[in-house]
Write a protein that binds this ligand. Structure first.
Ligand code: BES
Ligand code: MG
Ligand code: ZN
Length: 510
């Protein structure tokens, strides 16, 4: 799918399919000069001819422009015209725009149209045409994604060009720039989705690190990359990370990426992103039952999410320094795998009793957080598919956020809101901090079973934050995959969510 902008209107006029919108009028239809007026509002249509054609249609008389109510007709020059009802204009927000655009484009997927013109002012219910253009493009790019490399019969590609016809001549350059940004962000979301969707027999730790390395070298000029192998991770004394890897057929990898803006000074803000990269989670000796194990290739979703955001922020030349740490291994079982009751020493020196090898995310992340703290960032965000309990608490739709600094959490929450991504804060309380004290070691990797799992997971991670660094933890277990309520996300596989929240946060940081 290609997206082009059009201000003059020529491209739009020549489109084979034109998408226009109509709103419900609040008052009942009035009579004007003896002639009945329809109850829909289409004042925003710039093409007078089309307006007339619409009013002459028999079926436009009963048309109410309710949400998703669409009528189609053939225009004077042979083009197809779809009039899409958006309902009450005052209630139609940016997320509604994404949803309706996704539905429209899905409806045209197997069509013969080469060019689809979208009348942007008609979607501008948020009173910002530049932002509307961006939101439409975002929805279009996200809808255009598919993962079918393992299918003999590939799904229908979105082969056409989408023309976004806006009227803001004076903002033309700004809108063009916004479209380039949108493309950068959506491309990075697609990279994230490809990593998550890739199968675990192919994307093991060594391969995953290689693919990141290749993408960085190809697309992220100026980014420094360091990849630690097993010997180097041993040297770092990452005892928790190594304990998770001990049952694996593959070496662990720690990917360390650094981006610095061109005008970097000692005062430049530094954010470290840390991501859980479990390429498959069997549970280890605390083996998951079969049904719960399916889908555990997604358990590297945190690392893919922070990498996607890092990638987009670099392409967007974020004004801050960004470090990205990805801790990568599978959680498998062999004769060397860690047995429950084992005690290991973490990188920060704390001893940890591993009572459940399925609580492995916190083990790899704990060592990575301690490593990240040594880089002295001002802020840390980690992302992880950490707990099944997160799905119980917040469902499939909401990302959980927990942390040690309310201002920092609020900033991230505000960013999520600006991108229409659901995020909700959960607490960390002292009782849960007590709950992970161990009888035989400093701490243990689980708390009371079936109680506050997401908060206890975060309380464990907090043990590895030092020097009062401001930290927030995102539990993306619920939102990492299929979002059946969001038409711009794939029905199956990686959702790509949270990359926009983090990118927006990094790019607009001061
Ligand atoms: N990767 C899982 C969490 C998960 C579960 C993500 C379902 C997505 C969907 C994590 O490693 C895990 O197994 N957590 C355990 C922790 C428990 C043993 C304290 C869990 O949630 O059951
Ligand atoms: Mg697990
Ligand atoms: Zn896991």
């Amino acid at each position: 799918m290609q997206i082009k902008l059009d201000v003059v209107g020529d491209l739009f006029l020549a489109s084979e399919l034109k998408i226009l919108t109509a709103f419900q009028k609040n008052q009942a239809s009035k009579t004007k000069g003896g002639k009945a007026e329809t109850s829909v509002s289409i004042e925003h249509w710039s093409d007078k001819g089309l307006k007339e054609e619409f009013f002459n249609l028999k079926n436009s008389k009963n048309y109410k422009a309710a949400k998703d109510e669409t009528i189609s007709f053939t225009g004077a020059t042979g083009e197809t015209v779809w009039v899409v009802g958006l309902g009450d204009k005052s209630k139609f927000d940016a997320e509604d725009i994404r949803k309706v655009i996704a539905k429209i484009l899905k409806g045209t997927r197997s069509s013969k149209f080469e060019t689809i013109g979208i009348d942007v002012p008609g979607f501008n219910t948020i009173r910002d045409e530049a932002r509307t253009t961006q939101v439409i493009a975002e929805a279009a790019y996200m809808t255009g994604y598919s993962f079918d490399k393992y299918k003999s019969k590939k799904s229908e590609p979105y082969h056409y060009t989408v023309i976004l016809a806006h009227t803001e001549k004076k903002n033309g350059i700004k809108i063009e720039k916004a479209l380039v940004s949108t493309k950068n962000i959506c491309e990075s979301i697609n990279v994230m989705k490809d990593f998550v969707n890739e199968v675990p027999n192919i994307l093991h730790s060594e391969e995953y690190a290689k693919r990141i390395d290749a993408d960085v070298k190809k697309n992220l000029k100026g980014v420094k990359i360091k990849i630690l192998n097993k010997a180097q991770i041993q040297k770092e004394k990452m005892g928790m990370f190594l304990s998770v890897n001990s049952g694996s057929a593959y070496e662990p990898r720690l990917v360390h990426l650094t981006y610095e803006p061109t005008k970097s000074t000692a005062k430049t803000k530094h954010v470290a992103l840390v991501g859980k990269g479990i390429t498959f989670d069997t549970g280890g000796y605390s083996l998951k039952p079969g049904a719960s194990m399916m889908g555990m290739k997604n358990d590297m979703g945190g690392s893919a999410t922070v990498y996607g955001a890092f990638r987009a922020a670099v392409l967007e030349k974020a004004p801050i320094k960004i470090t990205c740490i990805l801790v990568i291994t599978d959680n498998a079982v062999n004769e060397h795998a860690t047995m429950p009751d084992s005690v290991v020493t973490a990188r920060n020196g704390k001893t940890v009793e591993i009572l459940n090898t399925d609580a492995e995310g916190r083990l790899v992340l704990g060592d990575a957080l301690d490593y990240a703290c040594d880089l002295n960032p001002h802020f840390i965000i980690d992302a992880a598919t950490l707990t099944g309990a997160c799905l119980v608490a917040l469902g499939n739709q909401i990302c959980a956020i927990l942390g040690n600094d309310q201002k920092w959490i609020n900033e991230i929450l505000a960013s999520a809101k600006s991108q229409d991504e659901y995020m909700w804060q959960l607490p960390i309380i002292n009782e849960w901090r007590q709950d992970i004290k161990s009888k035989v070691a400093d701490i243990k990797n689980i708390g009371t079973p079936m109680r506050a799992g997401t908060g206890i997971g975060a309380a464990f991670l907090e043990e590895f934050i030092k020097n009062d660094i401001k930290w927030a933890h995102l539990d993306i277990a619920g939102v990492v995959d299929a979002q059946s309520h969001l038409p711009y996300c794939p029905a199956h596989g990686a959702s790509g969510l949270i990359v926009r929240t983090l990118t927006n946060l990094l790019v607009n940081a001061k």
